[in-house]
Design a protein around this ligand. Structure first.
Ligand SMILES: CC(C)(COP(=O)(O)OP(=O)(O)OC[C@H]1O[C@@H](n2cnc3c(N)ncnc32)[C@H](O)[C@@H]1OP(=O)(O)O)[C@@H](O)C(=O)NCCC(=O)NCCS
Length: 261
């Protein structure tokens, strides 16, 4: 079914029931990675529109309970829900490419003890299991990514004008040299670190300096920033850093290891 971009939250909900998507496909980054985005202004003009009740139907009962338990703020509930909708869409799109048509509630999104996301979907056992997934949001956009089981994927998006003085002060001398030489901005380095640590499923944990950048290489689309771990310098995580419109987007993708046996 061709994808149709719908501009109202309710229409999009009905579209989801008809096998279409709440989010838009975003052809960006490595071809092995599926990316979808939700532009919040498009679905909730003027913001703060309550999209909750309609979209609750896309959640499994466990997800619905989690969503209801997010009592810290309405905006956090909203953000969390949009994240789940984007993740379910990207899993559905990945499954669709393998001939599986899924409903949002066929997929359950979980987090492990470190906060890493993973999807469970019984219907995908016949195609090698659920894809690996990652999520990022800022005040205007939600992005979700998926790639084949066994790979590593981490995505991060920030507005290009985000204030990051604290991060600038935490950079190491080699990292400051990349910035000084205008090879990368401070935000490029932060986005790369966040995408890399999400791919590992650990998150930054507040420790920008624990994830040193070891190289910055210009490529036609943007930059490849290599991130390592202060506790395991043998680990190198490449992150493609792009600059679409007013954002900085990082995608860390590592292909599944091929079993030589
Ligand atoms: C994961 C992390 C990198 C989040 O980054 P962020 O830019 O704050 O937020 P994003 O919107 O990009 O990502 C949030 C999503 O990452 C995912 N996430 C959280 N922990 C994760 C982990 N350990 N592994 C993979 N993904 C994770 C979640 O899906 C989360 O969204 P949700 O809570 O709605 O499900 C976080 O670990 C972190 O360390 N944040 C702190 C920010 C910080 O220290 N900044 C530097 C100083 S200014």
């Amino acid at each position: 079914m061709p994808e149709v971009l719908l501009h109202s939250a309710l229409l999009r909900w009905w579209a989801m029931q008809l096998g279409q998507f709440f989010s838009q496909a975003w052809e960006i980054g490595p071809p092995e990675v599926l990316v979808r985005r939700i532009d919040i202004a498009e679905i909730a003009p003027g913001s703060n529109v309550d999209i909750g009740p309609a979209f609750g139907a896309a959640l499994t009962s466990g997800e619905y309970e989690t969503w209801q338990s997010l009592t810290s703020s309405a905006s956090r509930q909203h953000e969390w829900l949009l994240g789940r909708l984007a993740l379910k869409d990207v899993v559905r799109a990945w499954a669709g490419e393998r001939g599986q048509q899924l409903e949002p509630s066929d997929i359950e999104i979980h987090i492990d003890d470190e906060g890493a996301l993973f999807a469970r979907c019984a219907a995908l056992s016949g195609v090698g299991g659920s894809p690996v997934i990652s999520l990022s949001h800022n005040s205007g956009v939600v992005v979700a990514a998926a790639a084949d089981p066994g790979s590593l994927i981490g995505i991060d998006i920030e507005y290009a004008d985000r204030r990051i003085d604290v991060v600038a002060r935490a950079l190491s001398a080699p990292e400051q040299a990349f910035v000084y030489a205008e090879a990368a901005s401070v935000l490029d380095l932060l986005v790369a670190k966040e995408a890399a640590t999400k791919a590992l499923g650990v998150g930054l944990g507040g420790g920008v300096s624990r994830w040193p950048v070891v190289s910055v290489t210009p490529v036609p689309q943007g930059l490849v920033v290599e991130v390592t771990s202060a506790t395991d310098l043998g680990l190198v995580l490449p992150v493609l850093v792009l600059h679409p419109l007013d954002t900085v987007l990082g995608i860390c993708y590592i292909a599944p290891e091929i079993d030589a046996a």
